[in-house]
Design a binder for this molecule. Structure first.
Ligand code: NAP
Length: 328
């Protein structure tokens, strides 16, 4: 009888269950010699290296840095399965050179992440978090019971949304915008026809959109795509939403544009460095809604992502095609 393959899982996934109940990791425990990181947070680098050293499979999160050095330290590794759609935490070229299959979990989180982008869009445009703080701080007094100019925001209906990146999530956001009576402009690296979306150049999108939502993958080409000159092109009073990756937007330039009022507001779920630094200039700005990278965080979606990551890992270990493979 052949020995079951060794795998390391960097998170216990204890809060997630498959539909009908049962641990999402049960298939791994049945079919592999599976070691699971059960401490809070991600394994520190040395612990990850130590645990993965003799493994053939690795199931990781986007908080685990799977770089060339780590891959070199794991000579038996055949599959890296990430419980995420973004794979900027994995050195794909190094994995490919070593013949390691890399899997991710697209599709199952599309609608949930688009919901969060829209939630940020609405919260930022209607100043919901600011208003909530006002109320909780006891500032809603009888003298200020209802004021004509209290927390004036911006309408979505009739406004133009610019979607940067017409992948699955960008298209799902565009669909929502159509339902809200918005005109939608879109920009994508490759031209593609999307119902209800007028494709245009990035420059024109930035100049014309009242709301801009970012949905490209983070790659060397998209890093800094929205740098200071690009942000300066945005319509005065526009609102920026980023649920893709932090490195795509220049945070210092964004904070400056929000501070001087050139941009009305922003809604951010992702940051250049995560967690965001306590002294980030964004934290003190009233006109920014900040969430801690929770785009795909619904109960059902996180369970689907974990189940798909497990399926990818087992397929790779069996020598079958992964359900979603990133590298050739
Ligand atoms: P995706 O396949 O990750 O990204 C698709 C988009 O990225 C497409 O528009 C694609 O352009 C564009 N793209 C890829 N490489 C590019 C390059 N070099 N230059 C310009 N554009 C490039 O699909 P997705 O599922 O819609 O996800 C989008 C991103 O959202 C993910 O990459 C991930 O980082 C992020 N995300 C965040 C959360 C969260 O929790 N906040 C959750 C899920 C995903 P083409 O169409 O032209 O190829």
């Amino acid at each position: 009888m052949t020995e079951r393959p060794r795998v390391f899982v960097t998170n216990s996934m204890s809060g997630l269950q498959v539909p009908g109940g049962g641990s999402v990791l049960a298939p791994l425990h049945e079919r592999t010699r599976c070691e699971v990181w059960r401490q809070p947070g991600s394994p520190p680098r040395h612990a990850l290296r130590e645990a993965a050293r003799d493994c053939e499979g690795l199931l990781c999160l986007l908080t685990d840095s799977i770089d060339a050095e780590l891959l070199a330290a794991c000579p038996r590794l055949r599959v890296v399965s990430s419980c995420s759609v973004g794979v900027d935490h994995i050195d794909i070229a190094a994995a490919t050179t070593r013949g390691i299959a890399v899997g991710n979990t697209p599709g199952v989180l599309t609608e949930t992440t688009a919901d969060l982008a829209f939630a940020l869009l609405m919260a930022a445009s209607r100043r919901i978090v600011e208003a909530d703080r006002f109320l909780r701080e006891g500032l809603w007094t009888p003298e200020r019971r209802w004021e004509l100019d209290m927390f004036l925001g911006r309408d979505l209906h009739g406004a133009t949304l610019g979607v940067i990146g017409l992948g699955p999530i960008g298209r799902a956001v565009a669909r929502r915008a159509g339902g809200f009576g918005m005109r939608v402009l879109g920009w994508s690296r490759s031209a593609r026809s999307v119902a209800g979306v007028e494709q245009t150049a990035l420059e024109r999108l930035l100049e014309c959109a009242d709301f801009v939502s970012v949905h490209v993958a983070l790659t060397p080409e998209t890093r800094g795509l929205l740098d200071a000159p690009a942000l300066a092109r945005m319509k005065p009073g526009a609102v920026l939403i980023n649920t893709a990756r932090g490195g795509i937007v220049d945070e210092a330039a964004l904070a400056a544009a929000l501070r001087d009022g050139r941009l009305a507001a922003a809604g951010l779920d992702v940051y250049e460095n995560e967690p965001i630094a306590a002294d980030s200039p964004l934290i003190d700005l009233e006109n920014v809604v900040l969430t801690p990278h929770i785009g795909s965080a619904s109960i059902a979606t996180r369970a689907r992502m974990a189940a798909l990551a497990v399926e990818n890992l087992l397929a790779g270990l069996d020598g079958r095609p992964l359900v979603h493979r990133v590298n050739p």
